[in-house]
Ligand binder design. Structure first.
Ligand code: PAF
Length: 282
């Protein structure tokens, strides 16, 4: 018989649950999510299960990381089926607050970022990382988990969160896990649900293009030429790319010596009204 996770709605309840686990000498893993859980999220839960004694999954569609023109209203909200999936994995608690609990009246504090937050996503979604870092900091400060798990699918987000946690000296280890993909290569994302059947068929071009650009760079092609060709391939398949860029995998700065730096290829592109992001190691 599966036991349903405890549903915590307030920061006080989250604080009490994790404090009591810590008092018993148990370790705590946190997986911050916006819900609409897919196999990528569940892989994070399974890894947290291997590493910690108690797991709390947070489900909060964070208004602070959406611009007014973005899909905050349309973002899928599927709490009861999410909770069922988590029950199947033995998750002890789900923290699912409302917006007033996270941002009480008069709320006026936001984390300001530089370093890995500069460029790429920030060029197209300037509000995004301040919203993400602020809510993640609030979640980590509320729960003080020993580890928090994030997918590499949001690679820039992972580096921003790591930097923020190091800079604020928060006592949580940030663990990143490789992107989980559909069999055809499309990275799993809650936003894939927006794709029409035809767009879903075309969506495979994003990861295929990235693999081909990465192969060219590995074979010695200049990065600017390879990424230009990649952008053309995406446009030919009906995408409107925001960026396709090669960056230092640790800092996200533009690479200086391609032959000797750890490199990551990152992309964001629109397919109809859906914005897809992806990244791969080069
Ligand atoms: O990756 C996400 O789902 C969100 O950006 C996060 C980390 C849960 C913050 O709202």
């Amino acid at each position: 018989m599966t036991t349903l996770p405890a549903i915590l709605r307030t920061v006080g309840e989250l604080r009490a649950a994790t404090a009591s686990w810590h008092l018993q000498g148990l370790t705590v893993g946190m997986i911050p999510t916006m819900g609409a859980l897919h196999a990528g999220h569940l892989a994070l839960v399974e890894e947290a299960r291997r590493r910690t004694d108690r797991i709390v999954v947070t489900i909060f569609v964070n208004p602070a990381q959406f611009a007014p023109s973005e899909d905050f209203g349309a973002y899928p909200r599927t709490e009861s089926s999410d909770v069922d999936k988590l029950a199947g994995l033995g998750v002890e608690a789900v923290f699912a607050p409302n917006a007033a609990e996270m941002y009480p009246a008069g709320y006026a504090t936001t984390i300001s970022l530089a370093g890995p937050a500069l460029g790429l996503e920030t060029e197209f979604r300037p509000h995004f990382f301040a919203g993400v870092a602020t809510v993640v900091a609030k979640l980590l400060i509320a729960g003080f988990p020993d580890i928090a798990m994030f997918g590499e699918k949001d690679y820039q987000q992972l580096l921003v969160v790591r930097r923020m946690v190091a800079d604020l000296r928060l006592p949580t280890e940030i663990v990143g896990l490789p992107t989980i993909r559909e069999v055809d290569g499309l990275a799993l994302s809650s936003r894939n649900a927006y794709l029409s059947a035809e767009e879903r068929r075309n969506a495979v071009t994003l990861s295929a293009t990235m693999r081909s650009v990465a192969d060219e760079i590995r074979a010695g092609a200049p990065a600017t030429e390879a990424t230009m060709r990649g952008l053309e391939m995406l446009r030919a398949a009906g995408f409107k790319p925001d960026y396709l860029a090669l960056r230092n995998a640790e800092t996200l700065a533009e690479p200086q010596i391609v032959a000797s730096e750890p490199l990551r290829l990152l992309a964001a592109a629109w397919l109809g009204t859906t914005r897809l992001i992806d990244n791969i190691a080069v």
